[in-house]
Each structure stands twice: as C-alpha cells, then as structure tokens.
Design a protein around this ligand. Structure first.
Ligand code: HEM
Ligand SMILES: *[C@@H]1O[C@H](CO)[C@@H](O)[C@H](O)[C@H]1NC(C)=O
Length: 332
C-alpha cells in the first residue's frame, strides 16, 4: 500500500516534468484550457505520429522553434511563405534546403482549426511541438508557456543575420545569444540540442578539411582523429553537399547528454560545437560541459530552463499580431 502510494507520487512527479523559472513571462501555462482544451493533446499525438514515421522529425521540429525565436522573436515569422514583396525566412542561408518539418506543423494547424478555429497560434504550435519532440526522444519534459500570437511579417535579412553559422567563433556565438537575452549558460545548455538530428556536409566540410580552421578550432592532439577520417569518407572535399551525418555520432536519435561527452573529446560534428570547449579561455564553459557530461539530470534541468527562456523571446501578446488560419500566410 505504502509502496503503491510512493509509486503514484513518483509517477505524478515525472508527469509534471521539470520545473522551470517562469517569472516575468507574459505567457501562461494551460493558456488554451478554456478555449481549446485538446490543443496540447492534438499537438502531442501528431508529433508522435510524425516521429514514428521518421525519427529525425523530432530534431527538425526542435530546430524550427529555435530558428523562429531568434528572428524577431517566437512569432512564427519563420513559417510564412514568400508572398508579394515579402521574402520568406525559409529562403535565407541557414534555412534553405535545411529546415524540415513544415508539413507536420501544417497538419497540426489544420486539425486545430477544425476543432477550435482562430484560437491556437502557429508560434505556440512550434513551442509545443519542440517540447513534445524532445520528450519523445528520451529528453526532459517541461510545462510549456503559451499565449504567443503570430507575426504579420517575416524577416529574410534577420534570418541571415541572427541564426549562428556552424563556423562561428565562440565569441560570436556568445554575442548572438546575448543579443537575444540568452547568456553563456543558455548557449551551452541549448547547444545540447545537437544530441539528435543531422547536418549536411556543407555545414561541416570546413571543419574536416580546412587546415587553418583546424588550427583555431582544435588542439593539436585532436586534429587527426578516426572521427575525422570517418567524416571525410562520408563527405568528399567537394560535392555531396546534401549528404548528412549525425550530429551526435554515439546516440544519434536519442535526446541524452552524449553531446557533451563528444565535445570534450573534440568529436562534435560542427565547428560551433567544438569551440565551446576549445575556445573557452575562462574554463567556465568546460566546467559546465563536464557537469552535463557526468550528470544527465542536471543537463535536462538546465535545458528545460533555457528553452523556456528562449520561448519567451519577443513574444507577441494581447492584440499584437494575429492568430493565423494557415501558418504559411497572414490572414487577409
Ligand atoms: C549554438 C549555435 C548553433 C549553431 C551554429 C547551429 C547550427 C546548426 C547547423 C549548421 C545544423 C545542420 C544544418 C544542416 O546542415 O542542414 C544544425 C542542426 C540542428 N540544430 Fe543547431 N545550431 C545551433 C544551436 C541550436 C539550438 C539552440 C538548437 C535548439 C534549441 C539547435 C537545434 C538543432 C537541431 C535539432 C538540429 C538537427 C536538425 C535536423 O536533423 O533536422 N541548434 N544546427
Ligand atoms: C564560414 O563559412 C562561410 C560560408 O561557407 C564562409 O563564407 C566564411 O568565410 C567562413 N568563415 C570563417 C571564419 O571561416
């Protein structure tokens, strides 16, 4: 009896997920409780179906939320297709031929419009889908803050400017995150997203072939590894730009802390992964990476906190923006 009670308590705790710091947010938990009670359930089920069909979709959906939030805030500006004079963010360098999962969002939006028209924003769908995607691959589950509204425009230039490149220096990464109100700890925790998903040769060729790049990104003992030989065999020096390799070669489809073990060994796939350790002159980041590498729960708690923080970037609320009918177009 006592055991059963204990089990129930543990179950209740695990269902509740990770507590996150949420003061100062204009958003709310259970935002659609009255207006669309099934919203979170509809999103979760459809993310699940999509991920069963193609496991990589989990990674792709998580990335969509990131690329949305870093350009004008979490307002679904990313989802707008080109229309008239407005050029879609999807066409920008970091996104073109790279982002995936838009059809999953379309399907979810369609179902939500059937059950509660003009109620659930596309920006909130991205936040919920990212949360569910992480949980489905074994990562933490957090309460998602909702109530975002959708933008009336997109920013192609913003997407080129604010999404970090895989050959960025640590200094640049820190700067780009700071511009969004995210600190170094958030940068490290959120980089842990590269525990799942894939990148194209185009994104890491410089890291495996360019001698000068290696000088600044790796210590001399880590330049001639087996890992690099494998990557070279997958990606020739030219051509095959769209061939992909897993971001976390140890557990490519799981959301776990292996990313941090990898980068401690210089085995991050992207330059931007390895600079966290190699260009950290303060030792603070390495300390954090070591902590995550040895304590997955700690990483999960930090990740949940940082992604909730990311989900608050410049959100539109109240009468700002609109609730789009179709995530690809503003309402007419
Ligand atoms: C720290 C700076 C970051 C840089 C420079 C960066 C860069 C990249 C690049 C170049 C790719 C591969 C794209 C391709 O080759 O098609 C990628 C994939 C990915 N990124 Fe990041 N990223 C960063 C941070 C983040 C953050 C903060 C998140 C999530 C919160 C994230 C989530 C992902 C995921 C899940 C994938 C795999 C997507 C898939 O398989 O479809 N990244 N990233
Ligand atoms: C990073 O990559 C871009 C695009 O491939 C290239 O134009 C740029 O020169 C590279 N930057 C550095 C610092 O290597």
């Amino acid at each position: 009896m006592v055991l059963l009670l204990l089990k129930l308590i543990v179950l209740a705790l695990s269902l509740h997920g990770y507590e996150t710091r949420t003061q100062d947010s204009p958003l709310a938990f259970n935002y659609y409780k009255e207006t669309c009670p099934l919203a979170e359930e509809i999103v979760r089920r459809n993310v699940e179906i999509a991920v069963v069909r193609d496991p990589r979709t989990a990674a792709s959906l998580l990335r969509l939320h990131f690329h949305d939030c870093f350009v004008m805030g979490c307002d679904a500006s990313l989802l707008l297709d080109s229309y008239g004079v407005m050029v879609s963010e999807k066409q920008a360098g970091p996104n073109l031929d790279s982002l995936r999962g838009f059809e999953v969002i379309d399907e979810i939006k369609y179902l939500l419009e059937e059950s509660c028209p003009f109620t659930v924003s596309c920006a909130d769908i991205l936040a919920m889908a990212a949360r569910d995607a992480v949980a489905l691959r074994g990562g933490p589950r957090w309460e998602v803050l909702l109530g975002r509204r959708d933008s009336l425009e997109a920013s192609f230039d913003g997407a080129n400017q604010f999404i970090p490149a895989p050959n960025s220096s640590l200094e640049t990464l820190i700067y780009i995150f700071k511009e969004q109100g995210l600190d170094v700890q958030d940068l490290v925790a959120l980089s842990g997203s590269h525990t799942m998903g894939k990148a194209r040769c185009l994104s890491f060729r410089q890291r495996i072939y360019d001698a000068e790049f290696k000088e600044t990104h790796y210590d001399k003992y880590k330049r001639y590894t087996t890992f690099r030989r494998i990557l070279r065999s997958i990606c020739p020096e030219s051509g095959k730009d769209n061939t992909v390799a897993p971001l976390d070669f140890m557990t490519p489809a799981r959301f776990d802390n292996h990313y941090f073990i990898n980068i401690l060994q210089g085995n991050g796939l992207l330059g931007s992964d390895n600079v966290l350790v190699f260009q950290d002159h303060t030792g603070e980041i390495v300390k954090q990476v070591l902590a995550y590498a040895s304590d997955e729960k700690l990483f999960f708690a930090s990740f949940a906190n940082s992604i909730v923080k990311m989900g608050n970037i410049n959100v539109l609320t109240g009468t700002q923006g609109e609730i789009r009918k179709n995530c690809r177009f503003v309402n007419t």
